[in-house]
Design a binder for this molecule. Structure first.
Ligand code: HBI
Ligand code: FE
Length: 288
């Protein structure tokens, strides 16, 4: 995220939160949520990490309609001390980190229109709440998200924030996890996307590489199309162990003069689950 050029809307509080105004959702918006939910709920079993589906159950998210953040937060608070708060859209990095460090997940309250069903740039309530919130009911992942927020508050300077953004992107948004019987998706950007839930696991195009913090922090990412590289963690416990206990300052220092690794590159030191063909990207990706 570039330095915050974002203007806090008049209706937002100091911490950028707004009310969800759940009563103002109309039938068409609830129907859009139900349509997106049904499509993902049908295709995710066997593809998504089981803890995600457990989170849907704990949070009673399979009830019809856009969840009421207050009800959702009551259940989530009991599970892991987290709550969901509404914000107008992207918020400045330091605001975002502060909320995460205080176990508040910031979620958009708008839902996409039918013509945006397969792709939109700004996170809507389906991406944020269906994609991100179920795993916040999982204690270890909940700890990871809070540690991420605390890491962000400690990060002085844009370079460190860019490194952290890559960690967020390749785990929280587009992470894969290894299970006994194969890989599963857990990143919110994947689980909330019909196309990428398939692409991330089945397509021969992207690389799938073992998670390694320094290597990952040197790897740029795509914001406008499916990823060319996905990183695989062994477990949420391992992810937490490799990141939360680590004060990132020495990591930033070590990375200081190292160049970025091209987004599609595979290094001899990489643990390679898939050496991707990159055919999708070469064919022009989503725009093709
Ligand atoms: N704001 N609402 C919102 N949601 C995000 O996911 C988000 C953000 N601001 C900054 C941000 N993400 C990323 O730059 C983090 O890596 C900091
Ligand atoms: Fe997200």
């Amino acid at each position: 995220m570039k330095p915050s050029t974002l203007q806090r809307p008049a209706e937002a509080a100091e911490d950028w939160t707004i009310s969800q105004d759940w009563d103002r959702y109309g039938p068409a918006e609830h129907a859009m949520w139900d349509r997106l939910f049904a499509r993902q709920a049908k295709m995710l079993p066997g593809r998504v990490v089981p803890e995600f589906l457990e989170g849907l159950d704990i949070l009673r998210m399979s009830r019809p309609g856009i969840p009421d953040f207050e009800e959702l937060s009551d259940r989530l608070m009991r599970a892991t001390g987290w709550q969901v708060v509404a914000v107008p859209g992207l918020v400045p990095d330091e605001v975002f980190f502060r909320h995460l460090a205080d176990r508040r997940f910031v979620a958009g309250r708008f839902i996409r229109r039918p013509e945006q069903i397969d792709y939109l740039q700004e996170p809507d309530v389906f991406h944020d709440v269906f994609g991100h919130v179920p795993l916040l009911a999982h204690p270890v992942f909940a700890d990871y998200m809070q540690a991420y927020g605390e890491g962000g508050l400690r990060a002085g300077g844009l370079r460190a924030i860019d490194r952290l953004a890559r960690l967020y992107w390749y785990t929280v948004e587009f992470g894969l996890i290894q299970q006994d019987d194969g890989l599963r998706v857990y990143g919110a950007g994947i689980v909330s996307s019909f196309g990428e839930s398939r692409f991330a696991l089945d397509d021969p195009s992207p690389n799938r590489l073992g998670f390694e913090l320094e290597r990952l922090m040197r790897t740029p990412y795509r914001i406008d199309d499916y990823q060319q590289t996905y990183f695989v963690v062994d477990s949420f416990e391992d992810l937490l162990r490799r990141t939360a206990q680590t004060d990132f300052a020495p990591v930033y220092a070590e990375l200081q003069d190292l160049p970025d690794i091209p987004v599609a590159a595979v290094l001899p030191t990489d643990r390679v689950f898939t050496l991707g063909t990159q055919a999708y990207a070469a064919a022009g990706g989503r725009r093709s």
